[in-house]
Design a protein around this ligand. Structure first.
Ligand SMILES: C[S@@+](CC[C@H](N)C(=O)[O-])C[C@H]1O[C@@H](n2cnc3c(N)ncnc32)[C@H](O)[C@@H]1O
Length: 256
């Protein structure tokens, strides 16, 4: 089932915007650079390289901490966009307090919102791309923002992580890897604050990148040994799973 099937874009946006405007990342916790996700870090992967003097755009910029990371590494321009007014407000406050200037735009990533075309050296996104209701359309838009040879880097939950649960110390498939249907989940114990999403296959991401004219240069799904070791005492299901399968993937692709 591809994007569009069983899903109404406006309803998804309304549900998810409400979540990020109210719960924000209080429950999920922010995932910000140098971390790409669970046990994967830019400090080890070095996917960006030297960003000094580069024009950067973050898709789904959340509270602005990843933009701060790029600003501190002397990026020339910082741009961010997010569907949630609350997240944009938090990012504005955060970057101002860090003495960094950024252009922040409140919009769904699927829509035209005044971001310049053929302009950026890097477009990146940390755990936000998967919220799009139109993956191919979003990748085409991102390609249009980049200069020729510009780089797109994004991280997201590894789809295998979404299919496997730890039960009595065994990993058990509890969902089909191939099932991309949209669903809603309460993400806190009170049962309030629904999020609506689809778990796309890796091939869906790869094929959508190819259709948008990207060439994949690198993919990371291996956790960083040092980050894993630092959590050696961690007996959570999450840490146990991370020893057996990838929880996060990162893709670096170039516009041709
Ligand atoms: C998990 S957060 C990632 C941001 C940041 N890395 C963090 O951890 O706080 C997801 C972000 O994507 C934004 N988002 C969700 N759906 C979106 C959409 N369709 N277009 C643009 N932003 C969206 C949310 O408002 C939220 O700030």
């Amino acid at each position: 089932m591809g994007d569009g099937a069983g899903m109404d874009k406006n309803t998804v946006h309304k549900t998810n915007r409400f979540y990020w405007n109210t719960k924000g990342n209080d429950h999920l916790g922010a995932i910000v650079l140098p971390l790409y996700g669970a046990f994967v870090s830019e400090e080890k992967c070095q996917l960006f390289g030297d960003v000094s003097g580069k024009k950067m755009l973050e898709i789904g910029c959340g509270n602005g901490q990843s933009l701060q990371y790029q600003g501190e590494r002397k990026a020339a321009e910082l741009w961010g966009m997010d569907i949630s007014e609350k997240q944009i407000e938090k990012a504005t406050q955060h970057l101002t307090s860090c003495d960094l200037s950024a252009r922040l735009i409140c919009s769904p990533m699927e829509e035209e919102c005044g971001i310049p075309e053929d302009y950026f050296d890097f477009v990146y996104s940390i755990y936000a791309i998967g919220w799009t209701t139109d993956l191919e359309g979003t990748f085409c838009r991102i390609a249009s923002y980049l200069k020729k040879d510009g780089v797109f880097i994004f991280s997201w939950s590894h789809p295998i992580h979404k299919c496997v649960a730890l039960e009595n110390n065994s990993l058990v498939f509890n969902k089909s890897y191939f099932d991309e249907s949209w669903y809603s989940v309460p993400l806190d114990l009170s049962g309030e604050g629904l999020l609506t999403l689809s778990d796309r296959k890796l091939s869906t991401f790869v094929n959508a990148l190819a259709k948008a004219g990207f060439v994949i240069e690198q993919m990371v799904e291996q956790p960083d040994d040092e980050l894993m070791l630092s959590r050696d005492e961690d007996t959570s299901d999450f840490a146990k799973k991370a020893k057996m399968l990838p929880l996060t993937f990162v893709i670096k692709a170039r516009k041709r």
